[in-house]
Design a protein around this ligand. Sequence first.
Ligand SMILES: *[C@@H]1O[C@H](CO)[C@@H](O)[C@H](O)[C@H]1NC(C)=O
Ligand SMILES: *[C@@H]1O[C@H](CO)[C@@H](O)[C@H](O)[C@H]1NC(C)=O
Ligand SMILES: *[C@@H]1O[C@H](CO)[C@@H](O)[C@H](O)[C@H]1NC(C)=O
Ligand SMILES: *[C@@H]1O[C@H](CO)[C@@H](O)[C@H](O)[C@H]1NC(C)=O
Ligand SMILES: *[C@@H]1O[C@H](CO)[C@@H](O)[C@H](O)[C@H]1NC(C)=O
Length: 293
Amino acid sequence: MTRSRHPGSDLRAKNMFYSTLLLFAGLASRASAACTRATLQATVDAYLEAQAAGQLSKLPLAANVSYLENDVTMDVAAGVLSKAMTIDTNITILDTTECAAFAEIVAATNPHPYVIHTRMLLDEASKIKTLQSVVADTGDWIFNATATLQWTLKELATWKTVPKARIMPADGGRSVLRAAADAYLNSWTDPNWQGKVPYGTPCARLEGGLYTGSRNESANTCVMPLFPVQFNITNRRYVIDEELVAISVFNDFPFLDTTRPEGTPSANLFKLDGALIRYIHEVTVCATTNCGR
Ligand SMILES: *[C@@H]1O[C@H](CO)[C@@H](O)[C@H](O)[C@H]1NC(C)=O
Ligand SMILES: *[C@@H]1O[C@H](CO)[C@@H](O)[C@H](O)[C@H]1NC(C)=O
Ligand SMILES: *[C@@H]1O[C@H](CO)[C@@H](O)[C@H](O)[C@H]1NC(C)=O
Ligand SMILES: *[C@@H]1O[C@H](CO)[C@@H](O)[C@H](O)[C@H]1NC(C)=O
Ligand SMILES: *[C@@H]1O[C@H](CO)[C@@H](O)[C@H](O)[C@H]1NC(C)=O
């Protein structure tokens, strides 16, 4: 048995050590509880229900939630979430590392058709602290919700399935997903990235209502050529789902809408099979009809 010259202070130090340990254990379990797939799925399901009903009260919002709709900060109550809509289909992905969730909504049979991509971040109490939506409707980039619905339904089973080929953490996990999505966006204007995008075969892109896969569904029709001008796609915000092997990248896309040289609100959603891109969905919002093109 060890003896101390100051048994009292040893005891205090020990108590402090254990209470600190307990504090950290408490914090750790609270943080991980907020970030299980079950919690994230429940939150994104609540979001879909809230949008369907047009009722914000169905959403677990933090008191000081920040809301961005098409790159404009606004009161969430003033946004599209307050409008009830018929949701024909949805795709959701979950990111337990960032405590984030993503939803794609296709509302084609709604009297006012919409296609919406939404990214949300949760706080430690599992409340939504950040909500960002790219809300597309008629006049936005090659918008056609009927076509979007038709092709999304065809792909849906794949989107909802864990692919046979996974990317294991030993292979880089989420960084592989992020590198694939970034390579795709970089390749649009940087010749150094052309030929380096991990496209699979088949690969199909749904851009607005335009589906590249309608040409040949067993081919890789995703390849983006080099744009005639140089620009950078900035403000990239990610939701990465290693389980479903899918990634969403919100971004500002310059060049397309000449009235928005700083970039127009855009979102790209990717589904991979192993490390190879299988499907891409792009939603881009225009300030002028069809971005003035
Ligand atoms: C979202 O899609 C799932 C099927 O993947 C479905 O069960 C659910 O009802 C859909 N939610 C809404 C609000 O449409
Ligand atoms: C929002 O409120 C939470 C809890 O009160 C606080 O921790 C956080 O810093 C606040 N965030 C902002 C952006 O004010
Ligand atoms: C939208 O897509 C549907 C289904 O592919 C097609 O029938 C319709 O003509 C398209 N609408 C427009 C305005 O292009
Ligand atoms: C479709 O693509 C596959 C794979 O690239 C190819 O083998 C096939 O010949 C193509 N079919 C047509 C009709 O072009
Ligand atoms: C794009 O970003 C790269 C790296 O930050 C920079 O070197 C380049 O000048 C940028 N290009 C344009 C057109 O802004």
